[in-house]
Design a protein around this ligand. Sequence first.
Ligand SMILES: CC(C)=CCC/C(C)=C/CC/C(C)=C/C=C/C(C)=C/C=C/C=C(C)/C=C/C=C(C)/C=C/C=C(C)/C=C/CC(C)(C)O
Ligand SMILES: C[S@@+](CC[C@H](N)C(=O)[O-])C[C@H]1O[C@@H](n2cnc3c(N)ncnc32)[C@H](O)[C@@H]1O
Length: 378
Amino acid sequence: MSSFSLRDRLLGWRDAILSSPRFQRFAAVFPLTRGVARRRAGAMFDIVAGFVYSQILLACVQLRLFDLLRDRPLGVDELALRLSLPPESMRMLLDAATALKLVQPRSGGRYGLGQLGAELCGNPGVLALVEHHAMLYRDLADPLAVLRGPRGGGELAAYWAYVRGEGAAELGADQVLPYTALMAASQPMIAREVLHVVSFKDHRCLLDVGGGDGSFLSAVAAQTPGLRVMLFDLPAVAAKAAERFDANGLAGRASAIGGSFRDDALPEGADIVSLVRIIHDHDDDVVTALLRAVHKALPDNGKLVIAEPLAGPPGRESSTDAYFAVYLRAMGTGQGRTFARLRELLEEAGFGDIRLHSGPMPMVASVITAIKRPDVLI
Ligand SMILES: CC(C)=CCC/C(C)=C/CC/C(C)=C/C=C/C(C)=C/C=C/C=C(C)/C=C/C=C(C)/C=C/C=C(C)/C=C/CC(C)(C)O
Ligand SMILES: C[S@@+](CC[C@H](N)C(=O)[O-])C[C@H]1O[C@@H](n2cnc3c(N)ncnc32)[C@H](O)[C@@H]1O
């Protein structure tokens, strides 16, 4: 067994001090440490209470409270009547939401949007994401069952019907449309991140693998008039995308091809390929095969664009990493990966010039580009 490093020993010494009730009592009152002690207690309280905060937000979203308050401030009794809640529950929810800056008291005892509530109103994608968390919360009611049980035994895994892998191409519309609608609702914020750092104007044809209902391709096509776009997704999803392309007047330069990237070759002819919120859904064996398939479909020097939230490097993990690790565990496949790990997988699949671009909101998605190395035969 390897011996403990100097850092390990220093951290052990720190832990012994911080966990001592005597030190805690002293630090909470001593003027030079009191502020830090309060902040640490607050941080711990937020972790303990986080689930309760989430439920307050979920209740507001399920009641469509922000939509109502967006029009004009309303009083407790009117809100209680319109939302079918007892007035005292309505007041309790409004006060709790006030404390979380979701709503804000206005004149005459009325309530309007709070700062965060107003920002949520500008993000229908986040509202849709919040709502689907009801499934995750039900799965997490027993966190040890999620950790000990087989991966993906719960409600969230059933919702993401493709995670089982085999037979995905046979999934029917009823199994894919709920998650496809969620992805479409939350797609604009992802497309903004990508379009902020990647220009498609020097390309002929973009293939979006796992492209959902075509929301991403529609956003790119709107910005890039000469570009042809192709979408590859499970047949029932691709059918939905074809409808959207028609509705958006893109039928002349957009096509949607149904298939499974686990079993079928990717369509050829694109000089740029995108994988948007795809890789983190899958384990390394599937990702390796998918990156090789993309490599095969691209011409020499063709470009790959990856967009998804990245895990922080060791020592710089963030709360987003904790969130996605648990989310994907409940979902049943996949993992958050660091840029370094994605770079390894990309290099193994024959890509070079691998770059991480800094966009406005990396919590939502980071963007990586890579170029097919002409000298590598995979
Ligand atoms: C106006 C005045 C007076 C002053 C201005 C002050 C100022 C500059 C204020 C800033 C206002 C502003 C622009 C605020 C913007 C706020 C924004 C953009 C907030 C965005 C929040 C985004 C959130 C909370 C995103 C959450 C995302 C989640 C939970 C994502 C979940 C993703 C999942 C589950 C993905 C699933 C896909 C799968 C299956 C893993 O592949
Ligand atoms: C998390 S969603 C992302 C959708 C879209 N790219 C977006 O960001 O809005 C993953 C997508 O990959 C598709 N997908 C999953 N497994 C697939 C497979 N084996 N072959 C083709 N598409 C697949 C799903 O149907 C879904 O549309």
